[in-house]
Structure formats: C-alpha cells, structure tokens
Design a protein around this ligand. Structure first.
Ligand code: F1P
Length: 336
C-alpha cells in the first residue's frame, strides 16, 4: 500500500518548497553541512551529499547517528546539521541532535508531526508522506529525498531541477503500473542466499537502500556496493549463485557501470538491470530487466530507480511466505 502511495505522497511533499526557501534565507554564514541519520534515512542523506556538493560546492558530511559522537567536536557555528528521521523519535538521532544544537544550527526533516526531533531542532521540514504503518520505510524515503532535492536545488538556485521535480509523481505512477515485471523477476530469485546491488554516484545510495530493503523484509543477505569498488575484494564473492542488481540510469556513469556489469557477468552472475527503456543494453543483452522512462535523467534517477528495488523485496518476501509489513527483530521506531 505504501509503495503504491508514493506518487500522491510526494505531491504533498512538494508543497513544502516555500518553507524550505524561507529556512535557507536564514542560513547566513553556513559553510559546511552535516547530515545525521540511521537506516533508510541515512541513505537519503547520502543522496543529499552528492546533490549539495555537486551543485553548491558546500562541503557535506553524512554521519550515522550511532557514530555521531566521534565527529561531534568538528561542528561549529558555521555548520548546519540536518537530522533526517521518519519517526523523529529514533534514540540515536535524538541524542545526536541534543549534542549538535549546543554548537550549530539544526534542521530536522521528519514525517511525524510534533515528534521529539521537531521540538529540539531550530528548523523543521515535514516530509508530509502521511502515516507509514509498514516497519520498513518506503514512501517516506522518497519524500525525504524530495525534501533534500528541494533544499539542494534552492540552495544552488537551480530552477530547472526544481521544475523537474514536479514531473516526478507521473513518472512514479508509470513505474508502479509495470510492477508485474518485478513480480516475475522476484519469483525467480526468492530462494537465493545472497544478492548484490551496485551503482555509481547518485545510484550508489539507491543500491544501498535496495540491499537494506532486502535484508529488512526478506532476511536474505543483500550487499549494496559502489560499482567501482567491487574490484577491491568483493568480486571474489560473485558467482552464478549470486544475482547482481545493477542500477543503471542514463548519463555520465553509464559506460563505467556497464563495464562493472560485464565484470560480474563474466563471473557467471545473473544480472538484473534497472535502466532506461531506450538503453540498447537493456533491449538486447540482459535476461532480467526493468525499464524506466528515458526522460528520467540521472540527476532525478534516485527518486524512481529505488521503486523497483522496493517492489523486488516486497514480492520476494511474499514468495517466501513472510509478512513484509512486520519484519522480525525490527521496530518502526528504534528507541534504545
Ligand atoms: C530509522 C530506521 C528506519 C527503518 C526502521 C528502523 O528510522 O532505521 O529507516 O526502516 O523503521 O528505523 P527513522 O529515524 O527514519 O524514524
């Protein structure tokens, strides 16, 4: 249900644009940004680093909330610390927020109205995705990303990107209308033991999020890797028992990612490509693929390419007789 609500959820998220512009107008003197988050919210934060650094050149760090204390002494009054949390109640994130506000300006990007993080932070942006009942975050991930995209685009005065975001809900509906393709792929791979997910640049956090969803709701080992990093060891783990999901949007990283795809194929891996429908490679060479409208350029690919990965985990979970909404050993809100 929540995967299917993503187009309407982000229509509401997009209405936060003016609020974000107002917050940015109050950020004089900021020369460093630091994201702090856990789990899926951490992957949204990694996307923020790529966007802000490439468009504004502002040095941006991403710190796991549980590791925050080792970097806390690097913050100062010129650092903006952005806390991303669906619940606004995650213990590690709240603890870090209480420390960061002593030295720095703080912004919380949160889904739950009135949650603790919204009371602690100097500034608040609501993701407006609506209630999320399933334990594993899906629609709130996309809405966090949309907030981060709006923040980065306004910061860089990138009007073209801001306008493009208005097209995303329609692209999402189009992706969701083709979910049967993923259902068929899921039925082929529901009893494997290990998966890899690879991508470069903006597609790297997408690969990490695909692997986390798989672990959370199917209990299959999923490893998200930067495609160019595979050669530094993990290629040894790839063989014909390990499917490799390749996040392959069009753009600057396309050719290099294809060469990584060829490396894993040469080791016998079954490759599942998420790529543009106009991509010759998809049309001719791979067995399992899901294609996305070729008008979706690399810059906005994280908002679309993660959806087939969410669906893949969902359908594998169902194939394995599990309840994807109630994964074992995972709470919606981790308060310890
Ligand atoms: C962080 C998080 C979620 C995950 C699960 C446990 O929560 O790791 O990403 O799906 O719900 O908590 P939050 O700080 O974003 O609420």
């Amino acid at each position: 249900k929540e995967i299917h609500e993503q187009d309407s959820a982000i229509r509401d998220t997009l209405s936060e644009k003016d609020k974000i512009a107002e917050i940015i107008s109050n950020l004089d003197g900021i020369n460093r940004i630091c994201f702090v988050a856990c789990g899926t919210s951490f992957h949204a934060s990694l996307t923020g680093k790529y966007l802000i650094e490439s468009m504004s050149g502002i040095s941006t760090d991403v710190i796991l909330a549980s590791e925050f204390k080792y970097s806390a002494n690097t913050l100062d009054e010129n650092t903006l610390v952005i806390f991303i949390s669906q619940s606004g109640e995650t213990a590690d994130t709240l603890k870090a927020l209480k420390v960061a506000k002593k030295t720095s300006k703080t912004l919380a990007i949160v889904n739950v109205l009135g949650s603790s993080a919204t009371r602690e932070a100097d500034f608040v942006i609501y993701t407006r995705a609506g209630p999320e009942i399933g334990v594993a975050a899906t629609k709130t991930y996309i809405s966090q990303l949309v907030c981060i995209y709006m923040f980065a685009a306004i910061l860089a005065d990138n009007k073209e990107l801001l306008n493009t975001l208005n097209e995303v809900p329609d692209y999402i509906s189009e992706v969701l209308s083709k979910e049967d393709v993923i259902k068929d792929i899921a039925s082929k791979y529901s009893d494997v033991n290990d998966f890899f997910f690879i991508g470069r640049g903006l597609s790297y956090p997408t690969a990490l999020e695909g692997a986390l969803k798989l672990k959370e709701i199917t209990y299959i080992h999923g490893e998200g890797y930067a495609a160019g990093e595979l050669k530094h060891g993990p290629l040894a783990l790839i063989d014909d028992d390990v499917p490799v999901v390749v996040v392959l949007p069009p753009g600057d990283n396309y050719k290099k990612t294809v060469s990584n795809l060829e490396e894993v194929k040469a080791r016998g891996a079954h490759v599942i490509v998420i790529g543009s429908c106009e991509n010759d490679f998809i049309k001719t060479e791979v067995e399992d693929s899901f294609c996305i409208n070729d008008k979706v350029k690399e810059i906005i690919a994280p908002l679309l390419y993660v959806i087939p990965l969410q669906l893949l985990s969902y359908y594998i979970s169902v194939e394995r007789g599990l309840d994807p909404d109630k994964p074992k050993n995972l709470a919606k809100c981790v308060t310890v």
